[in-house]
Design a protein around this ligand. Structure first.
Ligand SMILES: NC(=O)c1ccc[n+]([C@@H]2O[C@H](COP(=O)([O-])OP(=O)(O)OC[C@H]3O[C@@H](n4cnc5c(N)ncnc54)[C@H](O)[C@@H]3O)[C@@H](O)[C@H]2O)c1
Length: 256
């Protein structure tokens, strides 16, 4: 078991990659704290974990609020007695264009993609230190490694996530706290539909999906479990000499 006796907090854990991560991390021995604004969804994931013989608790939180982004850390420490792994998976697509941009949507994207993950990480540092180190993972995107014509604010935010992660990786390495990011290409989750409906009013969802797949050398979108597997590796001791890495999980997209 690759996370035996580790306590792992995962945000946006009720759906998609976060849910896949919660199930996989628990299967690998972690006690999982599943955080989501969707309390019923988070509870369902925690029950799925316990039903399979693992350990998990659900924590409902709106991570746009600083107090909630901090509270989840204490829920983990109070619930399981410490913290070893934080997967800051929460994010938001933001506006599809800068012309006529809805500033409330801009702020939501910046708040959820950058502010909330920074607040949670800062709050988690004392708990990680208390265990002699730990691992913090961020979910960026291929849009955090290359421009994204129909998601400019999202791209700016995810580049920001990568910069934040690399800066903190350098800063906290002496304390044995590793920081890395996964950078997924399109992955089959509810959020993918937001991206597929965007490109322009002339193309429909299926055309957009076909175009997206053409841009990926492996010729398909990814599965949540494939990102969870990369997340598990980066959070485990197998990656003990890896910090500051933004790992594409993208079917070859950024290699093209
Ligand atoms: N799906 C993709 O194609 C894709 C690609 C690259 C990166 N990402 C990134 O992956 C992450 C999530 O994506 P997913 O595809 O697994 O999503 P998803 O749509 O399956 O799930 C998103 C989850 O976030 C939760 N959430 C939304 N707002 C929240 C808030 N304010 N507080 C707490 N939880 C909240 C939702 O309730 C939901 O359970 C984001 O960071 C996103 O930017 C997604």
């Amino acid at each position: 078991m690759r996370l035996k006796n580790k306590i792992a907090l995962i945000t946006a854990a009720a759906s998609g990659m976060g849910r896949a991560g919660a199930l996989l991390f628990a299967k690998e021995g972690a006690k999982v704290v599943a955080v989501d604004i969707d309390s019923g969804g988070a509870e369902a994931v925690a029950q799925e974990v316990t039903g399979a013989g693992g350990e998990a608790i659900a924590v409902a939180a709106d991570l746009t609020k600083d107090a909630e982004a901090k509270r989840i850390v204490h829920a983990a420490v109070d619930g399981f007695g410490g913290l070893d792994v934080v997967w800051n998976h929460v994010g938001h697509p933001g506006p599809g264009r800068i012309e006529g941009v809805d500033m409330a949507d801009y702020e939501l994207a910046m708040d959820l993609n950058i502010r909330s993950v920074m607040v949670t990480t800062a709050e988690a540092l004392p708990a990680l230190r208390a265990r002699g180190g730990g691992s913090v993972l961020f979910t960026a995107s291929i849009a955090g490694l290359a421009g994204s014509p129909f998601s400019p604010i999202y791209s700016a935010a995810k580049y920001g996530v990568v910069g934040l992660m690399q800066s903190m990786a350098c800063r906290y390495a002496p304390e044995n706290i590793r920081m890395n990011a996964v950078c997924p290409a399109p992955i089959d989750t509810p959020m993918l539909n937001v991206f597929l409906q965007r490109p322009d009013t002339q193309t429909n969802r299926e055309e957009n999906r076909a175009r997206m797949m053409q841009a990926i050398p492996l010729g398909r979108v990814g599965r949540p479990e494939e990102v969870a597997a990369a997340a598990l590796f980066l959070c485990s001791e197998e990656a003990s000499f890896i910090t500051g890495v933004a790992l594409p999980v993208d079917g070859g997209y950024v290699a093209k």
